[in-house]
Design a protein. Structure first.
Length: 243
């Protein structure tokens, strides 16, 4: 079984349609997920809502109940890199919490939950396959890098730049984008030894206010491309198993 998880209902709409007539399942806390088949795989599709807390809870519930062998984290990010533009595809190599601060007790660095890793590292082999298939499937620019996840929407590049320069200076060169869920999803997958691929569209570049007019539509338009990339990865896995 696989899991495809997004932030909003728009993020997962393409995948729900591909499932045909999925079964709606209500989990603890009223979280709703959709169960069916997609790309010849049993699948759970769900939207977390724009919240690190909800993302962590829902991912935990899905893994505990359905035990997917991989989670595909889809949707949108907001770029604060000049090289990562609206309409590009982004693959996350590392995940950081942007507004977690337990440094006063000297038990953690900025962004680190005490007792947990300061950041979470993606599986490079999965990311390599995703990048390769992305270039085969689309003419969109594909870029990998580090992803910051915060508890609020942030469209102000100066604010993000301040966070990066004050707390993530060593990683600054590879910091690319921001969202509201992925670090929590990555932490839960890490703790449960579940594979994770985060592949998202760049809805807008921070600071470019004109892009806010159509950033939701831009995100929707990229979901079929992301779906095709996921399909290629799953087909390749099946072929490897059958060899």
């Amino acid at each position: 079984m696989i899991c495809i998880i997004g932030t909003t209902d728009d993020d997962i709409l393409y995948f729900k349609v591909k499932m045909g007539n999925p079964e709606e399942v209500t989990l603890t806390g009223g979280f709703k997920v959709f169960k069916g088949s997609i790309f010849r795989e049993e699948c759970i599709v769900a939207a977390t809502g724009p919240s690190l807390v909800n993302a962590g809870i829902l991912t935990t519930l899905i893994i505990e109940k359905f035990d997917p062998y991989i989670v595909f984290n889809v949707g949108n990010v907001y770029s604060f890199s000049d090289e990562l533009r609206q309409g590009d595809l982004f693959i996350a190599d590392r995940y950081f919490f942007s507004d977690v601060d337990f440094t006063d007790n000297k038990e953690a660095v900025y962004g680190q939950i005490p007792g947990r890793d300061p950041f979470f590292v993606a599986d490079s082999s999965i990311n390599d396959k995703a990048e390769k298939n992305a270039y085969l499937m689309t003419t969109r620019y594909v870029q990998r890098g580090f992803l910051l996840s915060g508890s609020s929407f942030n469209f102000m590049p100066n604010k993000v730049a301040s966070i990066v320069q004050n707390h993530f200076l060593v990683q600054e060169e590879n910091m690319r984008a921001n969202d509201n869920t992925s670090a929590s999803i990555a932490m839960v997958c890490h703790l449960n030894h579940t594979a994770l691929l985060t592949i998202k569209g760049v809805a807008m570049q921070m600071g470019k206010d004109r892009e806010r007019i159509n950033y939701i539509r831009t995100g929707l338009e990229m979901m079929p491309t992301i779906g095709k990339i996921i399909t290629r990865i799953l087909v390749a896995r099946t072929e490897d198993i059958n060899m």
